[in-house]
Design a protein around this ligand. Sequence first.
Ligand code: HEM
Length: 463
Amino acid sequence: MRYVDFMHQSRAPDTSKRPARVALAERPLGILASLRAARRNLLEIIPAIATRAPIISGNTGARWHMVMDPDALRHILKDRVEDYPKSLVTKLILGPAVGEGLFVAEGAEWRWQRRAASPVFAARNMEALAPVMQAAARASAERIAPLAGTERAVDLHQEMVAATFEVISEVTFSGDEGFDRAAIHAAIDAYIAQTAKVSLLDFFALPAWVPRPHRIASRHVVRDLKRHADAAIESRRVAGPRDVPDLLDLLGTARDPETGRMMDQAELRDNLLTFIVAGHETTALTLAWALYLCAFAPEVQDAARAEARSVLQGRVADVADLPHMPRVAQIVNESLRLYPPAGFLSRTARKPDRLLGREIRAGDTVMLPIYALHRHHALWDEPDAFRPERFATPSHDRFAFLPFGAGPRICIGAGFALQEAQIILATLLSRFRFSAVPGREPIPELILTTRPKGGIWLTLERA
Ligand code: HEM
């Protein structure tokens, strides 16, 4: 756990301010500036006009469009999903590590993998997964408790990554001693750090066979990652399935109902890595940003704490408690709106089309800047303000709020993530009061996901 002493500093955050955000570019950036920005922080290539216009188009060596209009997003993600597959850039970034897995697969390959994994995430199964989430909430509360009432601040981003990793590794490889959790975690971090920054070559949409220098450097990291996952699969094969099948068992025994075929080693491994990567960092970010926002607006935090304490009475939150804690759910949603972990999705058009009167050619990159959509002035009142109560009686268009995407490719783990985030947030808020540390404001930085640059450093006291 990372912590730092912040002695003798005043604690009161200025709530008249807006919570942390990135100053978007006033004009669309030129090619070189875009390239520099894309390597630094993808949020910086989004022009401010993207929070006011329905669509922006450009050509930086390759034709692209940014789409912020709910009807056009419905068209891309739902009505014409087959014509807008995952973008070449997505495949370039994720392909080397999880290219055979569910997140990247298309067509029939995608369909049967999705069917194979779905039972684990079905609503009826969510309750069965709650004890794993409760154990992680309890462990996290115990880890940070010694810092309560001291002047030492803790990096809640790192702490939430630890908590959500415990959950996902238990769900995928339940109780497996053969699974080297620390090594897999370290290899995933190294992969993201080395490869996720959109490279100059990707931005120009050069073909995949053109060598990417930082991706070559990361080859040994990918090899490491795959070696660890293979070892875990092999040790399970030897040990046999669990009494209550976990995700690894379910994927390992799934059959394509049409062809009867099962996943080969590469598919099984890539899917395990997909679930581990997609399933913990995103949820950790939701929680970390939610805690940051609670410290930013103490009155919101106090109201949510009062609610959680009266429902939980000192217990760790359970699934049955969640409907009785609407404020906690609203804070999670508002955190997903202001800091969507998947802040930028993209597709490559397969066929000519028209979007909002614009010509779309086959091969055009269609970007879905979720960060800008969620702060769009035509879709949200006071879009940059932290106002969780806007989710009390939601009136927004379904396609104006897309933290989990939409349509057939919607996040398979959305229900899982929301349940986990609410269980952990409610438990922590019921036990601690979190305060901001002056001078330690995080900066949202989009590198594959929307991360808090510098961490989320907060002090805490027992509530
Ligand atoms: C707050 C947490 C999460 C967020 C914000 C999030 C976001 C997303 C988004 C936006 C997509 C769609 C991407 C696209 O359309 O290009 C997606 C897909 C996916 N997510 Fe999540 N996710 C979260 C948690 C999880 C969890 C907990 C799991 C698994 C345990 C998971 C597994 C996946 C998988 C496998 C896909 C690909 C689904 C498909 O293409 O059929 N995610 N996620």
